[in-house]
Design a protein around this ligand. Structure first.
Ligand code: 7TS
Length: 423
């Protein structure tokens, strides 16, 4: 199952990415914490740090041409609109969308999934209809579907995982006999780092007559993503995990699909004509962008996409895959540690772990004293933790700017945890 690994570009002719040079682009990475330690940021799955080009793009918008979009007939209004739409074109190129107007700006992945659940879901999922998810979804790709099936009296089914976090495609095959309306799953698990075999699953789902939504929140920052090649119907992601500002994100869907869907939020921007008792809606994507958008964040997202395309996502993937392998090897030497998730070649830069006898919150707190930031808890995947019989985990996660030294600092910090708690 070579495609399962989705290592497109892992064998690249381009010179390897130099994270040490890139780090100079990220102002926060040269700061120190209040404990006087250099910041070691290993929580990029929660949110990424931002390069200067993104910070500057936002700053320039507010300083030089802050104006509302799609209405100003004056110079800065036209500049704002042009920059907003240019950002949409960058995002489209970044994820392989054929048509810029297939990109709908949203606040984040959560809003994009809710948009699909409300707009497409309430029109296309009815009584007794099934939606297939997986056991390792982030709550953002679970709760909106729970609300939908509760409302329409539909059903949710779940593709199980193996103990090391690989989807059971043999069971998926069986679930597809229920002729689900939709299959929705994560491209990369935010907790285990598993890379799912999107293309293979899309082919299986389409053969059974289902549409496919892919949650790309943890994939777009780390892998080359090409929605045309993946073949899915909906693809969503958050800007803030992909070096862009908070409050930016996108939904991609095929044009005919977006055109067939009713509006999600209603108000200004999304209309063409309004009368007291009826309205005509705008064309896509603006039909789904009611109200004044976060223009600066969208422009920042465009800058982040341009920055990453300049680096090359194939090189990002190679760098992070190498780093993940290094992390798995180094962490395995820590006394009392248990590592979770699939083997290195099937995972993105996410490593969850526990230290025997120590609560993950205590692990994170001791690491914080060394300047090391990791997340502790259930990472918004409570059902996955239940499935693995875990109350919580600590999680280290990487991005383009992560280095072997970051991992060495984590391993040293964990040595301190073991010393303090006597594990
Ligand atoms: N889907 C996945 C796979 C995610 O990892 C997250 C956020 C979301 C959706 C929701 O993203 P949002 O930007 O709409 O909130 N994941 C995490 C995390 O792992 N730690 O903090 C947020």
């Amino acid at each position: 199952m070579a495609e399962a690994v989705d290592l497109r570009g892992a064998v690249s002719d381009a010179p390897p990415l130099d994270p040490y040079a890139l780090r100079a682009d990220f102002p926060i990475l040269s700061t120190t914490t209040s404990h006087g330690k250099p910041l070691v940021y290993l929580d990029s799955a929660a949110t990424s740090q931002k390069p200067r080009v993104v910070i500057d793009a936002v700053d320039r918008f507010y300083r030089d041409y802050n104006a509302n979009v799609h209405r100003g007939i004056y110079e800065i209004g036209e500049r704002a609109t042009a920059a907003y739409e240019a950002a949409r074109a960058s995002v489209a190129r970044f994820i392989g969308a054929q048509d810029d107007h297939e990109i709908v700006f949203t606040r984040n992945a959560t809003e994009a999934i809710n948009l699909v659940a409300y707009s497409w879901g309430r029109r296309n999922v009815g009584r007794g209809d099934a939606i297939v998810l997986t056991e390792m979804e982030h709550h953002a790709n679970l709760v909106p579907w729970q609300l939908l099936v509760q409302e329409v009296d539909g059903d949710l089914e779940f593709i199980p995982i193996t103990d090391d976090g690989i989807l059971r495609l043999d069971v998926f095959e069986v679930l597809l006999r229920l002729r689900p309306r939709l299959v929705a799953f994560t491209h990369v698990s935010n907790t285990l780092g598993t890379i799912t075999p999107v293309r293979e699953m899309v082919e299986m789902a389409h053969a059974a007559g289902a549409l496919v939504l892919v949650d790309g929140a943890q994939a777009v920052p780390h892998l080359p993503v090409d929605v045309a090649e993946l073949g899915c119907d909906f693809y969503v992601f958050s800007g803030h995990k992909v070096l862009a500002p908070m409050g930016s994100g996108a939904l991609w869907a095929r044009r005919e699909l977006l055109e067939s869907m009713p509006p999600f939020l209603a108000g200004g921007e999304m209309i063409r004509e309004v009368h007291l008792r009826r309205s005509e809606f705008n064309e896509i994507p603006w039909k789904f962008e009611a109200g004044t958008p976060d223009v600066a964040a969208a422009i920042g997202l465009g800058a982040a996409a341009d920055y990453l395309m300049g680096i090359g996502m194939d090189r990002v993937r190679v760098h992070e895959a190498e780093l993940t392998r290094y992390a798995l090897d180094r962490l395995a030497t820590v006394p009392g540690i248990t590592l979770y998730g699939p083997p290195a070649d099937r995972r993105s830069g996410v490593v969850p772990f526990n230290i025997e006898g120590v609560h993950p919150h205590d692990v994170a707190q001791v690491l914080d004293r060394s300047g090391v930031c990791v997340r502790a808890g259930h990472h918004c995947t409570m059902p996955l933790h239940e499935r693995l019989d875990l109350a919580a985990t600590a999680r280290a996660s990487f991005n383009v700017y992560s280095t072997r030294e970051d991992i060495d600092a984590l391993v040293d910090g964990l040595g301190e945890v073991v010393r303090i708690f006597g594990a």
